[in-house]
Design a protein around this ligand. Sequence first.
Ligand code: PLP
Length: 405
Amino acid sequence: MDITKIRDDFPILEQEVYKRPLVYFDNAATTQKPRVVIDAISNAYCTINANVHRGVHHLSQLSTEGHEGGREKVRQFLNAKTIKEIIFTRGTTESINLVASSFGEAFLSAGDEVIVSEMEHHSNIVPWQLLESKKGIKLRVIPITEVGELDMNAFRNLITEKTKLISVAHVSNVLGTINPIEQIISIAHSNNIPVLVDGAQGAPHIKVDVQKLDVDFYVFSGHKIYAPTGVGVLYGKEEWLDKMPPYQGGGEMIGKVTFEKTTFNELPFKFEAGTPDYVGVIAMTEALNYVENLGIENIAVHETELLQYTTEKLKAIGGITIYGNSSCKSGVISFNVDGIHPYDIGMLLDKQGIAVRTGHLCAQPLMDRLGIPGVVRASFALYNTKDECDKFINALNRALDILKR
Ligand code: PLP
């Protein structure tokens, strides 16, 4: 990959922050957008904007084509069988809430159990906890090992006849661990249990083939894969989605409405009440094309190189604890420095133009497990460079000089 050329595609990266070139290492929170994506938003509003599905007029047909073309793009991106299995949402969080609410209503009752893991983001914990209070289900939690991998023996032991769903992250947003989802799905299916995979940190870095994985639900957010905010995806097997009730009521999701009885639209529209973010979907199409043109495998190789390079340099500093030392890891490094609060490091890095994440990273149970209040996290994307990793390490050394003084 020609990174210099790629960086020219991302206007925001030209910026200086506090008179230093911006080094953007907060990609696990959200990625920057290439010009094709920004232009797609602007072009859609300048040329084809009209509400989708409802109009016979020219513009409405064009925007509907854009929106439904986006659905076909996502189908192909995930290798889903049919576009009926692609539901547009606001992002990972809404996708998981949709499944919790709708699958929960159809298939879960008091005493049933849902298995998550200790490394989940809050958005794959709290929706299930809401069901604990609403329906009396129970959450069971897969512990992690010292290197930050799922304890697969403990996982096997958690499965009982009460287990009705397993919901785990593809990749941890804190530890970077790439979880063995193939194995999890195979174990789950041999016990007739469906699996939801939170792909927020997976889809941007790993080629996902939902048919090959045989996964029941796979969810991700557009904004973490170079698409705009406010648009995301729920993939669900048709056989499940068909049996699940609508998540929200309103326009688009209905067949026929009378005051006596309402029938629902077919898949995928049954789950898409109200005007969708069709401009977001049109722009997400460009983002997915952009990623596919570069090759997601090439992106992963590049990010892994940055991960290894930076990890070595970090380790050489001394007094640093890195959280997540799996050999199967994506481009995320979370760490702490002995005796120093992560916020102090984040602030001093910021003053040198380096954007990193600090805090609990929406994974407070994991922080409790690790016995820490928070971490500093650097996370990489396709446009980052080794030169930026050097700048980050130099800036960190400078910050530590000040803080240890
Ligand atoms: N799951 C994981 C693993 C994440 O990293 C994130 C966001 O950081 C989410 C879920 C939530 O994503 P969103 O806020 O886009 O819905």
